[in-house]
Design a protein around this ligand. Structure first.
Ligand code: GLC
Length: 548
């Protein structure tokens, strides 16, 4: 077991001016971004063609969700070949062309790496099935005999994140572990072959020129020795502690990866998708000899409430700073209800449940757009890195009107529809108001239905339109750069219990999260999250003022 305190004292191998410390990274979800082939699923050629518009937004990098060979049982997070592109997304040549184009435009490219599990169609898993119990091939995954008289009960009580048991029995009687879908068997990271294979995968993509990796389920690779049962009481109480998430020895994996990235030119980056809390535990992933960034999910999960947000912001800056890493901020991604909708839902649904056509949680469309934009304006003024998810710059809401037959997230099927899943944030995004599939492709096909109201939200309907969400994002990103906000420091100002106000260098930011109007500080108004009609800020408004 490694001691957290000793590790954080390790010598820093960073200089402090690396690009990722201040970067805004834009997440592209390849299936839903742009579809050059017209089959209704986005692809790499589509992404390449739309990259200039990403660059124009003013972001520094893109992160692509998986485009590897995959049976697509979990939208590509079930990888059957880590070194190839799935035909639905194109070819390795398409990837290289997309990468070159991004680099020409000054955008760095981060790819997704899925090391906790593979697809059940991966050659290793197929080999393990064929080789049978006791074989070397089975030790790359987590096969066990079951409990009960004839081994008819799963080896322990672990549940899949997508619902149902985390174990599936194979015809010879053994069980294999899958923390996600049954088509996603977990690797056994105690087997050194697994670690070696992933180092080769890292090199494969680093050699091609990628600028880094977003590491999927980074908290999950290492399991507690003996695979003990989950403590039911702790799980009931919502504890994130578990024998399969956030185990201390998981960090050894990333120390090794750090050394691999160090061999390469440029500042290559590792970003942890680690759903652990408290924040101090998350920050362990970004100690100086491990990863570089971690998504701040504690921030993402904090409701639109001044009293709750302020301590989370403070603690994030403190705990990441204590290990020499920048804080990062994120509000939306392909796994969560789009923040434009989420922050206004009444009542708030349980985390991870999603929303659908019959959910009791509803968001008023006017309030939600206003609040979503305000939340972004607040986030982009904070020091550190930030992540945006495709379509949030258009103010897209979560889509609820997707019927059962169209839903593709395994969560929906594994819970017999009890959890709606994540399809509602994955609908192909609108580019052109009057084109088929809103310019997602030329054919009009779309793997998930696009709502009729999205014509108004299409990018070309917002471009150059004063006050549009797109123009607000652009302006915020330009000002963030101009005033060096990402590398600044935050100094709180007193403004009452339901608002937040701080200075970051020459910029004063005021956010009204309550109902009472709040005064706008004197100075040059740089940005407003919604049109400002007076010298006071209404509910769900944010303003940036130059106050020197
Ligand atoms: C991560 C991904 C999610 C995926 C899961 C299993 O949480 O972001 O989309 O379903 O891992 O790979």
């Amino acid at each position: 077991m490694t001691d957290a305190t000793t590790q954080s004292a390790a010598p820093a191998t960073t200089t402090g001016d690396e690009w990722w410390r201040s970067a805004v990274i834009y997440q592209i979800y390849p299936r839903s971004f742009a579809d050059a082939s017209g089959d209704g699923i986005g692809d790499l050629a589509g992404i390449a063609a739309r990259l200039p518009q990403v660059a124009e937004l003013g972001v520094d990098a893109i992160w692509l969700s998986p485009f590897y060979r995959s049976p697509q049982k979990d939208a590509g997070y079930d990888v059957s070949d880590y070194r190839d592109v799935d035909p639905i997304f194109g070819t390795l040549d398409d990837f290289d062309r997309m990468l070159d184009k991004a680099h020409e435009l000054g955008l760095r490219v981060i790819v997704d790496l899925v090391p906790n599990h593979s697809s059940d169609q991966h050659a290793w898993f197929q080999e393990a099935l064929a080789a049978g119990p006791g074989s070397q091939a089975r030790t790359r995954y987590i096969f066990r005999d079951g409990k009960g008289v004839d081994g008819e009960l799963p080896p322990n009580n672990w549940q899949s994140v997508f619902g149902g048991p985390a174990w599936t029995r194979v015809p010879d009687g053994q069980w294999y572990l899958h923390l996600f879908d049954a088509s996603q068997p977990d690797f056994d990271w105690d087997n050194p072959e697994v670690g070696d294979m992933f180092v080769d995968v890292l090199r494969f993509w680093l050699d091609r020129g990628v600028d880094g990796f977003r590491v999927d389920v980074a908290h999950g690779n290492a399991k507690a020795a003996g695979l003990p049962d989950v403590d039911a009481e702790m799980a009931e109480a919502g504890s994130m502690e578990s024998p399969y998430f956030g185990q201390e020895h998981v960090h050894e994996i990333y120390r090794r990866w750090h050394t691999v990235l160090e061999e390469y030119e440029g500042d290559r980056v590792l970003c942890a998708e680690a759903w652990v809390s408290p924040l101090e535990k998350m920050a362990r992933f970004v100690r100086p000899d491990e990863m570089h960034q971690a998504f701040n999910f504690v921030y993402l999960e904090t409701p639109w409430d001044a009293k709750r947000l302020r301590p989370v912001i403070d603690e994030s800056i403190e705990v990441f700073g204590a290990v020499g890493a920048p804080p990062t901020w994120v509000l939306s991604n392909h796994d969560t209800i789009r923040h434009r909708t989420r922050l206004a839902l009444v009542p708030p649904p349980p985390h991870g449940a999603g929303i659908g056509p019959t959910s009791i949680s509803k968001a008023d469309p006017v309030v939600s757009l206003r609040r979503g934009r305000a939340a972004t304006a607040l986030m982009l003024a904070l020091p550190g890195g930030a992540y945006l998810y495709q379509g949030e710059e258009l103010g897209l809401p979560e889509v609820t009107a997707i019927d059962a037959l169209q839903r593709q997230d395994p969560t929906f099927a594994r819970t017999q529809g009890e959890l709606w899943g994540r399809d509602g944030c994955r609908v192909p995004i609108p580019w052109e108001a009057d084109a088929p599939a809103y310019g997602f492709n030329d054919s009009g096909a779309s793997w998930l239905p696009q709502p009729a109201e999205w014509a108004r939200l299409a990018r070309d309907a917002q471009e150059g339109v004063a006050g549009s969400t797109l123009e607000m994002y652009r302006r915020a990103l330009a000002l963030r750069e101009q005033f060096g906000l990402a590398r600044g420091t935050l100094e709180w100002l007193d403004v009452g219990p339901t608002a937040l106000a701080f200075r970051n260098g020459d910029v004063t930011v005021v956010a009204n999260l309550g109902h009472d109007a709040v005064d706008v500080p004197r100075g040059e108004i740089l940005l407003t999250s919604s049109p400002l009609d007076a010298a006071s800020l209404s509910a769900d408004d944010v303003v940036w003022v130059r106050t020197v």
